[in-house]
Design a protein around this ligand. Structure first.
Ligand SMILES: Cc1cc2nc3c(=O)[nH]c(=O)nc-3n(C[C@H](O)[C@H](O)[C@H](O)COP(=O)(O)O)c2cc1C
Ligand code: SF4
Ligand code: SF4
Length: 240
């Protein structure tokens, strides 16, 4: 079983490609949490695919790993990331409560567009092409049940407290603004994984102080009306 959390499609793509190549199934962590399905039969291979958020894991992944009940002989973890996967594997081991047999990281377009620029489609396509190359290698390693730490650019493990402070800062919903181009379709409110948005007088309003900060609302808005920092000039993204 390969569990993933994905806002703009990178992790979903990785999980589905691996599932396809190994005859396994890709399962959304968010859907499991929503349906309170957290107990699974033992399986031969268990995979966790997560984005990197502020050098750590999104809170949804934290919660899932803390509560899931599943046993497997071979457990692999993959962090997708834009600049560094940080301490994601450290947290995955801590919350899953067991050693990971194999740790991988795959560099993909960085969807934190308040800072990073994804406005050039050629650069984005080149990054995804390289990610595909890496993914092919990772799939071969998983099929061979290779063990070891194959992650890139990990900072030292003692830097893990950086995550807590940085994530708390980034995930404040006061960082969002809505442009006049909003047509009031309600897609952002309907799809927010933590129900942080409500439609009020035809416009989105953030009703929680903090959210997961998946940026799904920003990247999937049909009018690109939700902004955060410099996101407007950095474009919208979802994996092709
Ligand atoms: C709130 C937030 C924080 C992020 N922090 C990091 C980070 O610390 N390091 C990094 O390399 N990428 C970071 N990213 C980029 C994502 O990890 C990366 O784009 C990932 O592939 C997105 O996966 P998805 O498309 O499945 O949602 C961050 C993205 C978001 C939304
Ligand atoms: S998805 Fe975009 S256009 Fe639709 S309500 Fe939200 S901000 Fe407005
Ligand atoms: S408000 Fe937007 S960024 Fe925050 S969790 Fe909801 S969809 Fe994700």
């Amino acid at each position: 079983m390969i569990f993933y959390f994905s806002s703009t499609g990178n992790c979903r793509y990785v999980a589905e490609r691996i599932a396809e190549a190994t005859g396994d199934s890709a399962v959304s962590m968010l859907e499991c949490l929503q349906h309170r399905q957290l107990e699974f039969p033992d399986c031969e291979v268990l995979g966790i695919v997560s984005p990197t958020y502020a050098w750590g894991l999104p809170d949804i992944v934290d919660v899932f790993l803390r509560h899931v009940r599943i046993r497997s002989r071979y457990v692999f973890f993959i962090a997708t990331y834009g600049t560094t996967p940080g301490n994601t594997a450290y947290f995955a081991e801590k919350y899953l409560g067991r050693t990971l047999d194999a740790k991988f990281s795959i560099r993909m377009p960085d969807n934190f567009t308040p800072w990073f620029d994804l406005s050039d489609p050629d650069k984005v396509a080149a990054t995804n092409a390289k990610a595909d190359e890496k993914l092919r290698k990772v799939i071969a390693q998983i099929r061979a049940k290779e063990t070891g730490d194959f992650m890139q650019l990990e900072p030292p493990f003692f830097t893990w407290p950086v995550h807590r402070t940085a994530y708390a800062h980034l995930r404040k919903t006061a960082n969002f603004r809505v442009e006049d181009t909003c047509i009031g379709c309600g897609r952002c409110a309907k799809n927010c994984p933590v129900h942080a948005i409500q439609m009020q007088n035809g416009k989105p309003v953030w009703v929680k102080e903090s959210c997961t900060m998946c940026l799904g609302c920003l990247h999937h808005c049909p009018k690109f009306a939700i902004q955060y920092g410099n996101s407007q000039k950095h474009g919208q993204y979802h994996h092709p």
